[in-house]
Design a protein around this ligand. Structure first.
Ligand code: FEO
Length: 401
């Protein structure tokens, strides 16, 4: 039976679930490896539950909760994050435990009223407030926009456990493990962590930086996020990743993304990749934007410093899947990237022009030259693409030279 409770400490239990059914998180981001929704219970003189799970796991969740409670009622339900993947069982909790207090901040309760219209006892908290459970005190700290404006984290002073909401989460179900030590994290989780970060939290790098500064004042033995593994042994590694991702510090490598109807723009991308490698770039990721979901492209954009985008013209504009990427890059405010652009057209431009317009909005200066072919790549464009590859290679591997 997959329905098991896991002990984090003698008094703190994991009662989360693994979702292997849903195809897309937020009905948008692919979940090939599933998703864990983590929830936690602290059993002390008072009992506190920290967040719940997605609604379709109601029955499994309540079974696990009952196992931990052993007949006692829940005193507090702490709502660190209101997004429905964590509040799906909230209404049932208020019905089961009528004396339970819902713990959240002012914004939590605004969202809660709009989503669920539940009655219930409420304890409104603000930055630094504490809640006494008997042998321990929990402290609340606001982390707005990591990932919604009401997000807060809860810190257990006694066991030095941070319940971090979406921060430090990951895509990917937990395949029989729970703790970072149960997995080969770089191999099994790092790319899914980065995909989760870039897709879900990536827009809020400045807020993540503020959160990291706040958290640096705490002694932390364990981090319990709402998705992915629980962290005990690799916390410095985790904090370092979040610091680098939130500053968009790129590794030496280049992502090439192109949109091509009949393969001619694709051939330009292939030439660029070959020339980059000949010029010493060893990490190259090449994507056809029509084939690969944006989720995976963003994950690589977050990893590497170099980004070259190409598009055929499509009705005087950028090819739609590339336009979708450009829109996300703009919306996410991508920075600190060395960029290049190329395009292709037959009777009117639009592809290259649209890419350059996005780079301008993001204040990213292309390394150049910008290359645009007419219908097919000819000798003149081959020369320019080779020059672009040399310039990009020099830019991204400069520190190794
Ligand atoms: Fe896991 Fe922002 O919800």
């Amino acid at each position: 039976m997959i329905n098991h409770v896991a002990k984090i400490t003698d008094s703190i239990s994991w009662i989360g679930v693994n979702d292997r059914q849903k195809h897309r998180f937020e009905n948008l981001w692919p979940l090939e490896r599933g998703m864990a929704y983590n929830s936690y219970v602290i059993v002390d003189e008072k009992i506190a539950v920290l967040d719940t799970v997605e609604r379709s796991f109601l029955e499994d969740y309540l079974e696990k909760l009952d196992e931990v409670l052993a007949g006692r009622p829940v005193d507090y339900l702490i709502v660190n994050h209101m997004e429905p993947d964590h509040t799906g069982v909230l209404r049932e909790m208020t019905e089961r435990y009528p004396d339970m207090q819902l713990v959240g901040n002012k914004k939590t309760f605004q969202f809660l009223d709009n989503f669920y219209c539940v009655e219930g006892n409420r304890l409104e908290v603000k930055e630094g407030d504490e809640l006494d459970l008997g042998s321990r005190k929990l402290m609340f700290s606001m982390m707005p926009m990591v990932h919604w404006p009401e997000v807060m984290v809860t810190y257990d002073h006694k066991e030095q456990v941070l319940f971090s909401a979406d921060a430090f989460g990951s895509f990917g179900a937990l395949d029989g493990g729970l703790f970072d030590s149960d997995f080969d994290i770089p191999r099994e989780f790092e790319s899914e962590m980065r995909r989760y970060y870039s897709n879900i939290v990536g827009k809020y790098g400045a807020q993540v930086q503020r959160a990291l500064k706040k958290l640096s004042a705490l002694e932390i033995q364990t981090i319990c996020p709402l998705h992915g593994p629980v962290w005990r042994e690799k916390i410095p590694y985790l904090l370092d990743l979040y610091d680098r991702w939130s500053r968009l510090e790129g590794e030496a490598g280049v992502v090439i993304v192109y949109g091509s109807m009949y393969g001619h723009t694709g051939k330009m991308a292939e030439r660029l990749a070959r020339r980059l490698r000949e010029n010493g770039v060893t990490e190259i990721k090449l994507f056809d934007a029509s084939k690969t979901h944006l989720s995976y492209i963003l994950q690589e954009v977050w990893k590497y410093e170099g980004l070259i985008i190409g598009s055929c013209a499509y009705n005087n504009a950028v090819f739609p899947p590339v336009a979708d990427l450009l829109s996300k890059l703009e919306h996410w405010g991508v920075k600190n990237r060395t960029v290049g652009a190329f395009g292709n057209y037959t009777w009117s431009g639009g592809g290259l022009k649209g890419i350059l317009a996005t780079f301008e909005k993001l204040k990213l200066e292309p390394v150049g030259p910008n290359v645009e072919a007419q219908s097919c790549m000819h000798f003149a464009e081959e020369v320019l693409l080779d020059e672009l590859a040399v310039n990009m290679a020099k830019a991204v591997i400069k520190e190794e030279c």
